[in-house]
Ligand binder design. Structure first.
Ligand code: MFK
Ligand code: FAD
Length: 503
């Protein structure tokens, strides 16, 4: 009995282990050679060293040191050396920069998201600050890189670990995270030099060790009044800095959240007590301006979802070649194989949809998107985020079961995958809030986004109907589409509000 060792799943180079990713890139990505060698080398680093850092982030989570030994407030969020190494790695591997250098033209986002797809399950959740960093860069870029944030923009998109900055995204307050318009109590007091001081309470701020943030607040008028509702919110940029005494300028960290998962990264409650800030967009355009950030972070969320599914399937497949039960390897039990196959189908579907939306984003950013592409990007982003997040929880849960009891054991690292998947449907818009976002964009485009989807799907069905095994499924889908067509025509004829549509 002393000689017993349980078979252990092995993480191999995740790029070489994923034939679908290779096939997708071979078929579509025109800059194949450069992208392949980048992904292959990165995959080697992930299995060779980075995955162990991710584990270290989990077992050595961040902690808050509010005071120094002499009672002075310091608000230090102490993170693990592995978490700090993740920041250096993210810069040098260009995990944000690739999206802005655009050396693969319209395919740059596909390159970037493929790399994040390999990295995500080994990243110790460093993909969370990267998502927000990318989103902040996107907002700044879409505003024409105002001079006040030119230097910040260059840092967010830098490959130099010494210069690279990460950004936060402080939107959620105590009265509401979905309903940002009603929930935001933060006040922005104008200063004589044109800047602002923010006063408020941010209830959830993740990766709070960031260098800067984008956030929302209400500008206080000369008479002390504040504008209500969504159109009363403005977008602010603030740096997280310390004064000469070592105190955070205008911020107190109330506490770190005690979370089900995502324990690798700090999520704090912050009191903003005169935080110096710059208004980035026109007053009252806060929600509309930060929407660009939401598009990017929701795509990152979907990359994380697809990647979690891919990783658990990769490990489960490997385990099935090693573990035996009832005299045969698990891979030789047809029922077990069927379970793995069902997980594989979900993982592939999520991956392909992520790639499609990333492709559309890349086309939009390089000015080659058609109106159809732009409508599809707007429609598919919330659909992708809500669907992939839900599927990730289901597939990762099934994945854990495929390791039997070992899937439940903390020190295998497997339970963390499930805990971290559970957040994907909550942050960046819950499932129902994103469903309403789908209806919002259908209504505000007078049905054009759905029409675009309709056109695209019919074209794809045309291709599929030429493949005999798919013919029965194509027939059923065509029936469903013509029912949808009636709905689209109605929406186009009479632009209803999305709430009417929801009803
Ligand atoms: C591993 C990687 C994972 C990523 C890391 C994540 C870390 C965690 C970070 C967070 O969780 S940050 C907090 C995220 N919070 C949310 O996602 C908020 C969820 N709630 C919504 O999305 C609501 O729908 C929303 C706050 C946007 C509703 O606000 P309003 O003000 O009631 O919406 P309204 O009045 O319909 O829209 C205001 C404007 O924004 C309109 O533009 P116009 O004024 O020009 O007409 C809308 O068209 C525009 N808009 C809203 N949603 C949009 C959008 N535009 C484009 N895309 C969207 N999705
Ligand atoms: P609520 O809005 O109160 O939602 C509660 C329920 O009501 C949900 O099921 C929701 O779907 C439903 N609901 C709400 N409105 C409607 C509606 N109109 N129709 C139907 N159903 C509805 N936020 C940040 O800004 N920055 C961060 O860095 C950040 N990090 C986070 C980290 C973690 C680990 C977590 C868990 C959250 C984080 N958040 C962050 C907050 C997150 O974005 C919000 O929790 C989320 O947007 C939901 O908001 P809420 O908690 O106020 O829930």
């Amino acid at each position: 009995t002393g000689l017993f060792f349980q078979a252990q799943p092995q993480l191999k180079n995740p790029f070489l282990e994923d034939p679908l990713l290779g096939r997708y890139l071979r078929r579509h990505q025109p800059h194949q050679q450069a992208v392949f060698s980048d992904l292959q080398a990165f995959g080697e680093r992930i299995s060779g060293e980075v995955d162990a850092w991710g584990r270290e982030c989990e077992v050595n989570p961040p902690r808050l040191v509010p005071f120094d030994p002499w009672g002075r407030r310091v608000d230090h969020i102490v993170t693990s050396p592995a978490w700090q190494r993740m920041k250096e790695l993210s810069a040098s591997e260009g995990l944000v920069a690739i999206g802005y250098e655009r050396s693969c033209g319209e395919w740059s986002r596909v390159h970037q998201m493929s790399k994040l797809f390999l990295y995500s399950p080994s990243s110790g959740l460093f993909t969370c600050p990267l998502a927000m960093t990318d989103g902040a860069a996107k907002v700044i870029q879409s505003l024409g890189v105002p001079p006040a944030v030119d230097s910040a923009y260059r840092r967010l998109t830098s490959r130099d670990p010494e210069r690279f900055w990460t950004s936060g995204q402080w939107m959620t307050e105590r009265r509401g995270g979905s309903d940002v318009a009603a929930g935001t109590e933060t006040l922005a007091e104008p200063q004589p030099d044109g800047s602002y001081r923010l006063h408020g309470f941010k209830w959830f701020t993740s990766a709070t060790d960031a260098d800067m943030t984008l956030t929302l607040g209400r500008v206080v008028g000369r008479d002390g009044s504040t504008p209500p509702g969504s159109r009363g919110l403005s977008l602010f940029y603030a740096e997280v800095r310390r004064d000469p005494q070592g105190r955070l300028e205008g911020i107190e960290v109330q506490r770190l959240k005690d979370k089900l998962g995502t324990r690798q990264m700090p999520t704090a409650e912050l009191l903003l007590d005169g935080l110096p800030a710059h208004r980035l967009a026109e007053e009252g355009r806060g929600v509309a301006s930060i929407a660009n950030m939401l598009t990017v972070t929701r795509i990152h969320n979907s990359v994380a979802a697809a990647a979690a599914m891919r990783r658990v399937v990769q490990l489960a497949r490997d385990y099935a070649t090693r573990r035996s039960a009832f005299g045969r390897r698990l891979q030789d039990h047809p029922l077990h194989l069927q379970t793995l196959a069902r997980m594989e189908v979900e993982a592939r579907a999520a991956f392909l949809l992520v790639m499609e939306v990333s492709r559309l984003l890349g086309r939009e950013e390089t000015g080659v998107a058609s109106p159809l592409d732009r409508h599809l990007l707007r429609l598919l982003t919330p659909v992708l985020k809500l669907y992939s997040a839900k599927q990730a929880v289901a597939v990762v849960s099934e994945g854990l079961e495929s390791f039997g009891g070992q899937g439940y054991m903390e020190d295998t690292g497997l339970p963390g995958l499930l805990r971290d998947a559970q957040v994907l449907s909550i942050w960046e818009g819950t499932t129902n809030v994103l469903s309403l976002d789908v209806l919002r964009c259908v209504a505000r485009s007078s049905g054009l986004v759905l029409q675009a989807y309709f056109t695209q799907t019919q074209a794809l069905l045309g291709h599929a109907s030429r493949l005999p095994p798919l013919a029965p499924a194509v027939g059923a889908l065509e029936g469903a589409l013509s029912a949808l067509g009636v709905f689209v025509e109605e929406a186009a004829a009479r632009p209803p509000s999305y709430l009417e549509l929801a009803a």
